[in-house]
Design a protein around this ligand. Structure first.
Ligand SMILES: [Zn+2]
Length: 637
């Protein structure tokens, strides 16, 4: 079976990547851009910056103190290999296959006789192996190698990449096993790599090594750093923590691995811990976009309710990692709210990062950009992760390859099966050719222009004669959704709408999701956006861009009439707003309230946040202050 995540058991089971295909639309188009532009873009930058040549230097014995790239640059090669593996299986593109072969050959040459594989440590002129567990990323890199090998193993079988990965994994198990170094890596990732590698090979001792790493963390084995041990989740054991904290990508990769290990070892305490952390972190530490991470200083989670829109970090990789956690939790528990969060994060974080041509990326995804960025040079590496404009490549370039591997395998997240039938979770034009339990084939075609349009038409092409249940996810925001089947239309509540019967070829089930733009009110405890409202349409968060306003300063002074509902227009929505320029003052504080409210009402255009700054640099905001004259009526107030 070909899928990034294949637990040995769970409430629901993933479909294989060969069982689902996207046939265009929002995600099919992005998958094509990823295949035809992003993958080659990533390889060319890694070549140009010497990150690939680092492997050659190890093989040729020419390593030196002068090495290009950060200690984690090897991992970008591995994430690209993972993306190429999914892509090769998806499209059969011979270029993807030959890229895998040429990259694998260079990686393989750099492997030491004992299986150790790293271009930053352990060779002449370089620091000794495992001499900087806190920030050296050695095991992190290996974790990504293992994930790449899993993709290769499940799509092409046991090849050179898998053999390299096995030797590297065996080296890790020997070196960090029960009798080895009693340490963990400062950046979790080896755990999720080992767990899946063990599942893919059917060799539980790799899962056991992942478990050992998870159990060791949280006891202060890593040296304290100015950001504190919470930065790498070495402050509290996973099973005792109540919330995600510290570096967001680290926290989420660790949580994903913890679900894997909990499922494989039947550890309900560990699984409950991650569920508890998911609940509180999603409720109190997550942006309306699904973005995670409020702090730039440590790329980390803030306190509960600390969700400033302009200082939002929301690293693209944290979005990818959040999807990894939610997908594993959903598979384990069947909790469809996880699929809701996946949808939100896909549309508003993952889709936001790449440019339309797939050759530039956002690293951070703030919800408010006060000043338009400067146009990025497509030939230059961006030194910083600020997000005024998408950059071709970054000094720390974790996000482009993370987007690439996610998009290449995106169809993995569309649907699942259980003993009773099939669950359709994400809506995209596509085809499903799966098997229900007992080997009963089922074929469905999905027609939809979602999210431009809320109609999802599921046609049964073939299926078993006996009754089975088709479930369609109704997103949490979709009040008033309807389901039409067998000539009857019924209203369906958020959750799973289920139809159980014997379907005949040609039967159609039509889900109508309400796509009227809507106001979204933040919890008042998120004080950075108190008195503000956002606008959403379907799964898309909308935003206002200065490019659409009469003058750039209008964005700062804009207030919104929350008493009149947003209206749909092609490509987005409009809300009633106004902006009275506030005179500049020598001191911005007074002994009586200052109001910027006033001016003539006009229609303020909003567009999907994922498309912001695609027309050029722009200031932008998602949360809009509410005009004084129309205080919102609040339920229970
Ligand atoms: Zn990143």
């Amino acid at each position: 079976m070909t899928s990034p995540v294949l637990p040995s058991h769970g409430r629901v089971r993933p479909l294989g990547l060969t069982q689902v295909s996207l046939t265009g639309g929002f995600w099919g188009g992005r998958q094509t851009v990823n295949a035809t532009a992003t993958l080659a873009h990533c390889e060319s930058w890694m070549e140009r910056l010497g990150w690939l040549a680092n492997f050659d230097r190890v093989a040729d014995g020419t390593t030196s103190p002068d090495r290009p790239g950060w200690s984690f640059s090897d991992s970008e090669v591995y994430k690209l290999l993972e993306a190429l593996s999914w892509e090769s299986a998806r499209s059969g593109d011979p270029e993807a296959e030959s890229a895998i072969k040429r990259l694998t050959a260079r990686v393989a040459r750099a492997q030491d006789p004992d299986g150790y594989l790293n271009t930053c440590f352990g060779h002449p002129g370089r620091p000794p192996r495992y001499s900087d567990l806190e920030m050296g990323h050695e095991l992190y890199n290996t974790g990504h190698l293992l994930q790449a090998a899993v993709a290769r193993l499940r799509t092409a079988g046991d090849d050179d990449l898998v053999r390299v990965a096995r030797r590297a994994a065996d080296h890790v198990c020997r070196t960090f096993g029960p009798d080895g170094i009693d340490g963990v890596c400062g950046h979790p990732e080896i755990e999720v790599g080992l767990a899946e590698f063990g599942r893919a090979l059917g060799e539980p001792h790799y899962v056991e090594q992942a478990r050992l790493f998870i159990e060791r963390r949280g006891h202060g084995r890593l040296k304290d750093i100015p950001l504190g041990r919470a930065y790498f989740q070495d402050d509290i054991p996973v099973r005792e923590a109540d919330v995600w904290r510290g570096h967001a990508v680290r926290a989420l990769y660790l949580a994903a691995a913890s679900v894997d290990v909990a499922v494989e070892t039947g550890d309900s305490g560990l699984l409950d811990a991650v569920r508890r952390q998911w609940e509180r972190s999603v409720a109190r530490r997550t942006y309306v976009t699904g973005g995670m991470g409020s702090r730039h200083q440590d790329e980390g989670f803030g306190e509960d309710w600390e969700l400033p829109p302009d200082r939002a970090y929301c690293e693209t990789c944290a979005g990818v990692a959040s999807i990894m956690v939610s997908w594993r939790l959903y598979l384990a528990t069947g909790d469809v709210r996880c699929a809701d969060l996946i949808e939100r994060t896909l549309y508003n974080v993952v889709a936001t990062s790449p440019s339309a041509d797939g050759r530039a990326f956002f690293y951070a995804n703030p919800l408010h950009q006060r000043a338009a960025g400067r146009p990025a040079d497509p030939d230059e590496v961006s030194p910083r992760a600020e997000a005024g404009v998408r950059a071709a490549w970054f000094d720390v370039s974790c996000c482009p390859t993370n987007v690439a591997r996610t998009l290449a395998g995106l169809h993995a997240y569309l649907a699942t099966v259980d003993d009773d039938g099939l669950q359709l979770l994400q809506y995209a034009a596509g085809e499903i050719r799966a098997e229900l339990p007992g080997g009963r084939p089922v074929a469905l075609d999905v027609e939809t222009a979602y999210p431009d349009d809320g109609t999802v038409r599921v046609r049964v092409v073939a299926g078993p004669d006996e009754p089975w249940t088709l479930s369609l996810r109704v997103p949490g925001w979709a009040d008033g959704a309807t389901l039409t089947e067998g000539g009857r239309t019924t209203t369906v509540a958020p959750g799973l709408a289920q139809v159980r019967r014997a379907f005949a070829a040609g039967d159609e089930i039509v889900l109508e999701l309400p796509m009227t733009p809507r106001f979204t009110w933040p919890d008042p405890r998120i004080d950075a956006v108190r008195g503000c409202v956002a606008v959403e349409r379907g799964p898309e968060v909308l935003c206002v861009e200065s490019a659409d306003l009469p003058s750039p300063g209008v964005l700062d002074a804009l207030t919104i009439d929350a008493g009149s509902a947003p209206r749909a227009v092609p490509g987005g929505a409009v809300v009633r707003g106004r902006a009275r320029g506030v005179p500049d003052q020598a001191w911005s504080y007074r002994d009586r309230p200052l109001s910027g409210d006033g001016g003539d009402w006009f229609d303020v255009p909003l567009r999907p946040y994922h498309a912001w700054a695609r027309r050029g640099p722009s200031a932008m905001r998602i949360f809009l202050p509410i005009a004084d004259q129309h205080p919102p009526t609040q339920e229970g107030a």
